[in-house]
Write a new protein. Structure first.
Length: 120
């Protein structure tokens, strides 16, 4: 399912400043990448609604499920709460030179360590 096409506006357009700030904070990890504009993104289930909102603003195209036949076609693949077995699928759809972003459960409740990995 595609959330937004590249022709739609990407500016934060909300009268609610708290919402806009929350969206910006939820995707602030993208500044660790060489290009903060994420390009074509696949976000594999399970989904976090706040991250879906943030990715829809900072991505050219956001897909919430990678259709069959999309091997090697995403600039960024995002995983949240995924298990080790999901990493192979994520790497398969990631383009050469793309980035895998994973939020995995931490040792303590409520802690979500960050993992960024390039494919190249």
């Amino acid at each position: 399912m595609s959330v937004r096409t590249p022709t739609e506006p990407t500016a934060l357009e909300s009268p609610d400043d708290a919402w806009a700030l929350g969206v910006a904070r939820r995707a602030d990890w993208r500044f660790l990448l060489p290009r903060p504009r994420l390009g074509r993104v696949a976000y594999l289930a399970p989904h976090d609604s706040g991250l879906v909102a943030a990715l829809s603003v900072v991505s050219d195209v956001l897909e919430l499920a990678a259709p069959r036949g999309t091997l090697g076609s995403y600039d960024v693949v995002v995983l949240t709460g995924a298990r080790r077995r999901h990493i192979a699928r994520a790497r398969a759809i990631l383009r050469h030179g793309g980035w895998l972003y994973a939020e995995v459960p931490g040792l303590r409740r409520g802690v979500r360590p960050l993992a960024l990995a390039g494919r190249g």
